[in-house]
Design a protein around this ligand. Structure first.
Ligand SMILES: Cc1cc2nc3c(=O)[nH]c(=O)nc-3n(C[C@H](O)[C@H](O)[C@H](O)COP(=O)(O)O)c2cc1C
Length: 176
């Protein structure tokens, strides 16, 4: 069973790291299905039925995105609001279509990891800041996994820094 990687990046052409990750994942079509939301829906009108079918076909789903304003890019929030419907994702016996599916986040960040600590500038860890995802996916009875994060993109855009992330990300995906 392949891992579905749902990528939400509003400007993938200018992306450094998410673009590199997509390029790598596309080398292994037998392992990963890459689904880019902004590419699929440039007008941001999400085909809910198509998205639900795609989710139903996969048991491991990773939401990959750059961290924007301590959150995900807006189209992913819209995806959650519209795709996780009552009767399909929750709220009826035949629902809970994500039940037992492994769900994880893979996030690139501008800041350094140490800045997201209680005594430092941004006060909260990324695990804390992503609790709405944790609670939402637990609400629909998915098997929410610890996230993958790659920090420091504001300070280190060197090829070496970016390349270092690639095997880490692949290992993370394969460990799900
Ligand atoms: C609108 C916007 C908001 C951002 N907010 C944050 C933020 O809250 N925390 C952070 O660490 N980085 C933030 N960044 C930096 C991005 O996370 C970073 O540039 C991105 O992860 C790099 O990935 P990419 O090369 O694929 O674009 C922000 C960037 C933009 C454009």
């Amino acid at each position: 069973m392949k891992t579905l990687v749902v990528v939400t990046h509003p400007d993938i052409k200018s992306s450094v790291i998410n673009k590199r990750w997509i390029e790598e994942l596309n080398k292994y079509p037998e392992k990963y299905v890459v689904h880019q939301l902004y590419e699929a829906y440039p007008d941001e009108k999400i085909d809910v039925t198509a998205e639900q079918k795609l989710v139903e076909l996969h048991d491991k789903i990773v939401f990959q995105f750059p961290y924007y304003w301590f959150n995900c890019p807006s189209l992913l929030k819209k995806w959650m609001d519209e795709v996780l419907t009552h009767g399909w994702a929750y709220g009826s016996k035949s629902g809970y279509k994500l039940s037992g599916k492994k769900i994880a986040l893979a996030i690139s960040l501008g800041v350094e990891e140490h800045e997201l600590r209680p005594s430092e500038k941004y006060k909260y860890t990324l695990a804390e800041l992503t609790r709405p995802f944790e609670l939402s996916f637990e609400y629909v009875k998915a098997d929410y996994q610890p996230l993958f994060a790659y920090y420091g993109m504001e300070y280190n855009t060197s090829e070496k820094w970016v390349e270092q992330s690639v095997p880490l990300y692949l290992d993370f995906l394969d460990s799900l």
